[in-house]
Structure formats: structure tokens, C-alpha cells
Design a binder for this molecule. Structure first.
Ligand code: TMP
Length: 202
């Protein structure tokens, strides 16, 4: 039996990484084997591409291709083997991040991304959880969220465009999306997450 492919999306600092670990622990409690991965990253070469992407100013089309290159590495070496072995895979970001950041916020052509996506024919997630956070939420002003990644420091208007792009994707693909209100107190967020996982995956 093939595992289930679950992706998490959201703006920088939206709590995706904590939510991914929460979901992995929840699935393990249900007796599932789980592989947790992230994009960019998740395989040795993809992690090298991540360091490059997070520390360098890269021309937007070249940046897009590097995100996609890291994705192919992660899928081939980590995601696909785990799914084939029957493990559930939790991936922190996937194609929808490319649509939100490179198309929605940086203004690249959606057709370019869609052409790459259909030509590469990578697995589609069966569930995508959007951690929806207002970019002006006080949590985002904590200094530990502002490291020196140029991608994280891209400004309020940029983060707003990304949030809108994710919300738009969640409306267009309502069958695979669950939107979690990440503005709520932590306990409420984890309660909503647990309810969503149990409804969609049990
Ligand atoms: P992370 O901090 O959530 O791991 O993501 C790293 C950064 O990479 C984040 O600012 C979003 C960005 N990113 C893109 O711009 N396009 C993509 O396709 C992916 C996967 C991430």
C-alpha cells in the first residue's frame, strides 16, 4: 500500500514547521510510519541547494529553477521511496509555495511554472494544510524569526501577496486543502490541526 503525501504551506513564520512535527507525531500515534521532509531540502543535494537559495540574491527565473531542481532531488531520493514503502510523507512546502512566492509575489509567469509542473509529473499531495497567518501578527515581530535569509526578510507587502496567493490556491483546490487559522492561540491551533488530520486521514 502506498503512503499518503501531505504538504504544509504558509508565509514565513506561520508555524508550518511546528505543525509538521505535530502531524508526524499524530500519525505515528495512529501506528503509521512517517517520513518528514522539507523544501527546499530533504536530500543531501537539495540541502546544498537550500543553503545557496537562502544566502544568495538570485535572478528570479534562475531561483525558480533551483527551487524546482531541489524539489526533484527531494522527490526522487526521499519522498517517492518513502511513499512506495507505505510511509506517510509530510513535506514542509511544495509546488504551491512556488506558485505563491515565485508567481504570486515575484511576478513570474504562472504558465512557466505550470509547464514545468506538468512536464515533471511529480506526485500530487492528497492533503495540503495551509497555516494561514496575518503577516502583521505580533509573533512575526519576534527577532528570532528574522534571520539573515534574504527570503525571510522580504517585507510586509511581499508577505501579504504570498498570503493572498495561498488563500486563492486554497479556494481553487478546496478538495485537497484545509485552512488552519494560525492567528489563534497555540492550543486552539493544535486542536484544529488534530481535528483536520483526524477527519481527512483516519
Ligand atoms: P522555509 O523557511 O519555510 O523552509 O522556506 C524557505 C524559503 O524558501 C521561504 O522564504 C519560502 C521560499 N520558497 C520559495 O520561494 N519557493 C519555493 O518553491 C519554496 C519551496 C520555498
Amino acid at each position: 500500500m502506498s503512503g499518503r503525501f501531505i504538504t504544509f504551506e504558509g508565509i514565513d513564520g506561520s508555524g508550518k514547521t511546528t505543525a509538521c512535527s505535530f502531524a508526524a507525531a499524530w500519525l505515528r500515534k495512529q501506528g503509521r510510519s512517517v517520513e518528514q521532509t522539507r523544501e527546499p531540502g530533504g536530500s543531501p543535494t537539495a540541502e546544498e541547494l537550500r543553503s545557496l537559495l537562502l544566502k544568495s540574491q538570485i535572478e528570479p527565473r534562475a531561483e525558480l529553477l533551483l527551487f524546482v531542481a531541489a524539489r526533484v532531488e527531494n522527490i526522487v531520493h526521499t519522498v517517492a521511496p518513502a511513499l512506495a514503502a507505505g510511509c506517510d510523507v509530510i513535506c514542509d512546502r511544495y509546488w504551491d509555495s512556488t506558485l505563491a512566492y515565485q508567481v504570486g509575489a515575484r511576478g513570474l509567469d504562472a504558465g512557466l511554472v505550470e509547464n514545468l509542473r506538468s512536464a515533471l509529473d511529480l506526485p500530487e499531495p492528497e492533503l495540503t494544510i495551509l497555516m494561514d497567518l496575518d503577516p502583521q501578527h505580533p509573533r512575526l515581530s519576534q527577532p528570532d524569526l528574522l534571520d539573515d535569509d534574504h527570503l525571510d526578510n522580504a517585507g510586509l507587502a511581499f508577505q501579504r501577496r504570498i498570503r493572498e496567493a495561498f488563500l486563492d490556491l486554497s479556494r481553487r483546490h478546496a478538495e485537497r486543502y484545509v485552512v488552519i487559522d494560525a492567528n489563534a492561540p497555540l492550543k486552539q491551533v493544535s486542536g484544529c490541526l488534530e481535528a483536520a488530520l483526524s477527519e481527512r486521514l483516519s
